[in-house]
Design a protein. Sequence first.
Length: 393
Amino acid sequence: MKSKHFGLLPRIIIAIILGVVLGNILTLPWVRVFATFNMLFGQFLGFMIPLIIVGLVTPAIAQIGHSAGRLLLATVAIAYGDTIVAALLAYGTGSWLFPSMVEHTQHLAHVEQATTIAPYFCIQIPPILDVISGLVFAFMMGLVIAYVKLPTLNNVFTEFRTVISKTIEKAIIPLLPIYIFGIFLMMTHTGEAYRIMLVFVQIICVIFVLHILILLYQFCAAGLFTKKNPLRLLWNMLPAYLTALGTSSSVATIPITLKQTLRNGVSEGIAGFTVPLCATIHMSGSAMKITACALTICLLEGIPHDFALFLNFIMMLAIIMVAAPGVPGGAIMAALAPLASILGFSADQQALMIALYIAMDSFGTACNVTGDGAIALIVDRIFSKEDGDKDAL
């Protein structure tokens, strides 16, 4: 119970503060101790990423495939499209605002290549397979298990998912604050931390505004489609939004989301299907945050960030985050694969992504689950209209 009261976010905040403070105090030999730890943890994280994809995406795809049908296809298509739109909104806004934010902090960057802090020793832990191979394998196995109905393989991958989830929960998550502490310790020692933290504060403010805009456009679209007052529809979803802020879990908020969706006039059958499904596949708030954070890191680190590259990243991200609700620590853990394989993020850059993302974790979850209510309204309107047309005939 104690660990629940002292969650990952406060531990990461403390790690960042301690890293900045001690970076000005500790001498280079002590800093190299944490550089060594970060090297080892980074190697372990790189080893785990393909296994995370196989262990989490395979059973998620298999589970969704069992519910094949027109209702499923319509819900998945709307959720996938909305997730991409939200991420593209983040990329467009970030391309407009973020370069000037980063440029205004250039006077704080006094980092020389010669100041790179080397670990005391290096150990290579090569992954069993690369990320793209893991993605292809996961989708192939998930689809085959779903449509051929292979219970033995399904049980194998379900148990493997437990292995991966427990590894994340018991190994990666507890060590993550130490890893982030080491990142900020080294950045402070080299003079880079203040610039990055200043950019982070500005980006968080932009992302907060973006998640409100996403909710507004989602419910305006739902209101236009159903001919109902969009602000009233959004207001009715407020209990789900507030519950998600407190729990930071789409799955834990399902009962409240379902109740408020029914209050908006969605039929019980449609709501009972779409709300649990969207809790798994609809990640508009999370995709928006990850895209904005990734673009920020690209600008800070001089990584290519053209539209074609990010479009590829966003489309893959929207697919791969079907595994996000099963990952302790949120969608960012599932997103590590496309961050590494498509954008070319190193382990240290992934750690910065995790720190920036988790600082706003509950707001992304709240955006996800509240938007589920908008999708349920649209799906209900589509199928109720079809049923009406059939009755007329």
